[in-house]
Design a binder for this molecule. Structure first.
Ligand code: MN
Length: 434
């Protein structure tokens, strides 16, 4: 922000300071400038829409029912997903954010009416924030694609010939998407070692994570869309762990791509950080050596500067940070992914979830999967406890974090995503048993 900008905003109500003290703490992930949307339920009550502020959740249905959210009907927020609100359109998205900023801002005249509708965030249950219409996962990280390609095809053929020309992806399963905190069961699958003549059906031995971000489509389309239209269709972002069985994938992926390797579970964080909240952190995509076709070209900065990290905690042990990277390492923005997705006329729906692809940086400690961190199992990682990991062990808990950090109105602000966590349970003894 320029000096002129910050002078000009001084007369206006703050977009940074809240009357809720916990929202003003320096390290708080949910300050007034964030206002992420989730679905919560207090003990024994039904799930409904809420917004995170400081260490609390504010009940949007209750706010609407006492007339504090203007024309928006409380029934929109009574549902256990944000899909109905997304369908209200981009003007409603802007209006709700502006209104919540005013209501929760330090100058609010409505504090006494709002306070009864705040819940301690630690005391509520969080649910999937959207009904996932469909789920598509991309492969838009160049360092990840290069690392994986080098391991499987050699450095010369690391990137597939199409890779620098378009974001590539596969259609996943919406049914596999779960919210943070849901345990994940090690899958069984068909595996074939190169030294065995026949495949066998057994539990995966190379089960892995993929550090990704998910973009949530908030507006439907029936025809191809431009990069600018696509950018405006994205309601917000979540952290995403694309659990991946590398051994199942290696045998099944030719020629139609991942299938059961990616179908066990995909975990997302419970809070949707809106595109509006992330706007101050926009950055351009990296320099390109091959110019994209016109319909895929960047029109403005559409990636975001978001620090990402993954912690791995073996059963009953402290967590070791195994990777630190940044969302800006991606080669294609979510808007470019959406352009590609809709380019054939494929209809996009409200609630579509687009996985970014694994986000790895250039250095070893910036790799977003164990496949890369352990280089296919050849260079196991040593955790703080001294234990080693090539792939996940039963009982391991993975926790993803994401934070955009910078200055707004001269104050240090963190726009956090909360946690995206999951624990790996052992494979079933008999996967076909009762
Ligand atoms: Mn993936």
């Amino acid at each position: 922000m320029t000096e002129a900008d910050s002078t000009a905003t001084q007369a206006n109500p703050s977009v940074v300071l809240s009357w809720l003290d916990s929202a003003n703490a320096e390290a708080c992930e949910f300050p007034l400038a964030n206002l992420p949307y989730g679905v919560f339920s207090p003990a024994g009550e039904r799930p409904r829409c809420g917004v995170a502020i400081g260490d609390a959740v504010l009940d949007c249905q209750a706010l609407a029912s006492i007339g504090l959210l203007g024309q928006l009907d409380a029934s929109v927020f009574a549902k256990p997903t944000w899909n109905a609100f997304m369908a209200e359109g981009t003007n409603a998205w802007q209006a709700l954010r502006a209104r919540l900023t005013e209501l929760l801002g330090a100058d609010s005249v409505n504090r006494a009416r709002i306070e009864p509708h705040l819940y301690d965030r630690r005391a509520v249950e969080l649910h999937l924030p959207i009904r996932v219409a469909e789920y598509t996962d991309f492969y838009a990280g160049r360092h990840h694609a290069t690392n994986v390609g080098t391991m499987f095809r050699g450095a010369e053929n690391a990137l597939p010939p199409n890779w620098l020309h378009m974001p590539i992806g596969y259609n996943g399963r919406a049914s596999s998407v779960v919210v943070s905190g849901t345990s994940v069961r090690r899958p069984w699958g068909q595996l074939k070692s190169p030294d065995q003549p026949l495949p066998a059906f057994m539990p995966s031995r190379r089960f892995d994570l993929e550090l990704e971000m998910g973009a949530i489509v908030g507006k439907a389309s029936e025809r191809p869309v431009t990069v600018d239209e696509a950018d405006a269709m994205i309601f917000g972002y979540v952290l995403l762990n694309d659990w991946s069985a590398r051994d199942i994938q290696a045998w099944e992926y030719q020629p139609l791509g991942p299938f059961q390797a990616k179908a066990t579970a995909t975990t997302i964080s419970p809070w949707i950080v809106t595109s509006a909240a992330l706007a101050p952190f926009r950055v351009p995509t990296p320099a390109r050596e091959v110019e994209l076709l016109p319909h895929l070209r960047d029109t403005s900065p559409m990636l975001y500067d978001i620090d990402l990290e993954v912690g791995l905690a073996p059963s009953a042990q402290a967590s070791t940070t195994i990777t630190r990277t940044n969302y800006r390492e991606l080669y294609y923005s979510a808007a470019q992914q959406l352009v590609q997705h809709a380019s054939s006329g494929c209809p996009m729906r409200i609630g579509d979830l687009l996985g970014s692809g694994t986000i790895s940086g250039p250095a070893r400690h910036q790799r977003g999967s164990l496949l890369e961190l352990s280089w296919g199992g050849k260079e196991p990682l040593t955790l703080d406890s001294g234990e080693q990991r090539s792939f996940l062990e039963d009982g391991d808990t993975l926790t993803l974090h994401g934070r955009a950090q910078g200055n707004i109105e001269g104050r240090k602000v963190v726009i956090g995503f909360g946690e995206c966590a999951g624990t790996l349970l052992p494979a079933l003894t008999d996967p076909f048993g009762g």
